[in-house]
Design a protein around this ligand. Sequence first.
Ligand code: NIG
Ligand code: FE
Length: 409
Amino acid sequence: MEEKLLIGPFTQLLPLSGLPLKGAISDEKLLVIEQGGLLISNGRISEIGKFSELKKVAYRIERVEEETVCLPGFIDAHTHICFGGSRANDYAMRNAGKSYLDIAKAGGGIWDTVTKTRKETDNSLVDGIVERAKTHLSQGTTTIEVKSGYGLTVAEELKMLRAIKKANNTTPQDLIATCLAAHMIPKDWSGKPQEYLSEITENLFPILLSEKLTNRIDAFIEESAFTAYQIEPYFKAGKALGLDITVHADQFSTGGSQVAVDFGAVSADHLEASGDLEIELLAKSNTVAVALPGASIGLGCEFSPARKLLDSGACLAIASDHNPGSAPMGNLITQASLLGTFQKLSNAEVLAGITARAAKALNMNDRGELSKRKLADFCLFPTNNYQEITYHQGQLLPSMVYKNGKKVF
Ligand code: NIG
Ligand code: FE
């Protein structure tokens, strides 16, 4: 039975639909529906428009506060929220002058989190994800990508991916898992890097599919991790199985974005080190460029060249990279707002980056905008002007969040 639930009236309803998926967007392109409403049937949007019009066909009405801006639920297309331990000591060392790579080489960095994550039980890993997802929900995020990559053996990566799957059953949000077994060469692996990757492709990849753990794989292309040459068989094997590819690219040095484009990756993430050549390459491709301002803030380095990427015609998404090492803060709306401030992005570019364009980075076309048949995922802010949201840089929080048409916060 069709439910036809009407929610509203919203002082401003921004569907963020019909925006270009590539290139710069000015705020004039934003459709703002005054006194808008959403008609919802079976967890999806069946109509969007003026509240007064939709009232005529609704079976049930849920009214909201007088001052409310409604936006699509935010999509965080890159996180590592499945982990054990803290890296507060790395942070202090960095602020005392040590570089990220220095710390990694000295035994800190990703490997430190690997040893701590391996010590977690299945349940404590799930609890950690659920708790972090709860915080993200209060900030308006309704879809969260979650990577493995702190296990680095077949068994430990499986433990992480199963924990993400289990957490997905308890969190109101959709958790989209990604296998990042190629996060670094495990320090306790005695063979060659290529042999580690073959172990993963031969013994882990088939289980990703048989247990329906994920359809996405990721790799870190960097001096401290894998070279473009080493990663080829890993991505080839994944592609042959029909897995989507995403890449940690150009964080400290270039090379990763070329790999991403060559393999037709859905996204190339980081890009702090990308220059004109890489920007051009990404702009011409169908690969989404994902800026991770949380990593720039956590590490104290440059932001990704978001303005240049947009002006060159790239599709720019923005994600939190929430992880214990480089991006412990995790607040997507704060980080996206700050990227906007430092890179001179319009509200439309910031908001599209955490909604419609982030959905493209995850290769999902059922969300990211409020239009007919899309999931009824949205967040409500207690204001009468959408510009207040980025202006407050994350201090203005949603008063309510809906997932699949149900109030979950
Ligand atoms: O996205 N760049 C590599 N991976 C993570 C960092 C993870 C960590 O330091 O634990 C990132 O920044
Ligand atoms: Fe990352």
